[in-house]
Design a protein around this ligand. Structure first.
Ligand SMILES: Nc1ncnc2c1ncn2[C@@H]1O[C@H](COP(=O)(O)OP(=O)(O)OP(=O)(O)O)[C@@H](O)[C@H]1O
Ligand SMILES: [Mg+2]
Length: 276
């Protein structure tokens, strides 16, 4: 797990932005969510939510269960379409794309689902190889050269021939991360990567996400309930409350906020997570 990551393994990934010279226009945000509202089953879930993430930044989405954190990620992946608002990735408005163009976009933006979402009938190796086989241009040896280091990176090399059903939740999530990375994305969305796993696995997954950010400059959005994890990773925080973005900005401002819902959220967190 401590082997450095090599940028050449991730050719699509570009370096984090360097500070801009005065007078030079800033590049467009990597991800931009503008005044998005969505209603599901007649229930308004997100109401006028806006946020931006620049290249190389990590945004942590926080909030109580059911506030729409996973929905936000699913909108970004194009699995759900909002009634109002626009979403752009690298300056392209994804809500205007047809399904073919959206599939193309999903080569650059990928998601590690809350439940792993692995194919039960495929071995761990074949799960990770799946996005590479779909591409159709790589032979078995080339695929193995990409998949095996990814399995090592996430600590799942010893279960490469096993089926997902035989793995623990933490292992399944690690394999899901390897599969997400196999498609060589620029943006990775993680839905609660460290919940429901033991603290050691949570630490390993957290370390990996941090290395992907610091060594490879991935842009990421991490949905988490784990404030300590957020404190390690977040450049920006989006706090959702009753469908609205109750806070969007730097982590420091969130921790220092005097807004009552935020104080309550942070105090509850301090209560349930013992400080070690
Ligand atoms: N496809 C869907 N159709 C109808 N309702 C949905 C759909 N997906 C989510 N919802 C509803 O939207 C609300 C927000 O769901 P979401 O999964 O985003 O919550 P969350 O913030 O991720 O919660 P948790 O922390 O428990 O994962 C919930 O009430 C959920 O039941
Ligand atoms: Mg969720």
């Amino acid at each position: 797990m401590s082997e450095p990551l090599h940028r050449s393994d991730f050719p699509h990934v570009v370096s984090p932005p360097t500070p801009l010279e005065e007078g030079i226009a800033a590049p467009p945000p990597k991800i931009s969510f503008n005044h998005v509202s969505i209603t599901l089953n007649d229930r308004p879930i997100l109401k006028d939510v806006s946020f931006q993430v620049n290249r190389g930044q990590t945004l942590c989405i926080l909030g109580r269960s059911g506030v729409g954190k996973s929905v936000t990620l699913r909108i970004l992946m194009g699995f759900l379409r909002p009634e109002v608002g626009s979403i752009s990735v690298d300056g392209t408005e994804i809500n205007l794309l047809n399904e073919d163009a959206m599939n193309e976009m999903r080569q650059h933006i990928t998601m590690v689902f809350q439940n792993g979402a692995l194919f039960d009938s495929l071995t761990v190796f074949e799960n990770v190889a799946f996005p590479l086989r779909e591409r159709g241009s790589l032979d078995d040896e080339q695929i193995a050269q990409i998949v095996n280091p990814l399995l090592e990176m996430v600590g799942a090399e010893d279960v490469r021939n096993d089926l997902p059903a035989s793995l623990s939740t933490g292992r399944r999530r690690a394999v899901a991360m390897a599969r997400a990375l196999a498609s060589q994305p620029e943006i990775v969305l993680y839905d609660e990567p460290t919940t429901m796993v033991d603290p050691l696995i949570a630490r390993r997954l957290g370390d990996l996400i941090q290395r992907l950010k610091s060594q490879l400059g991935f842009t990421s959005i991490v949905v988490t309930h784990d404030m300590r994890f957020a404190e390690r990773l977040a450049d920006l925080v989006l706090f959702l409350h009753e469908g609205r973005a109750a806070y969007f900005g730097p982590l420091r401002g969130f921790l220092d906020s005097r807004v009552e819902e935020i104080r309550r959220f942070l105090e509850y967190d301090a209560y349930v997570i013992p400080v070690t």
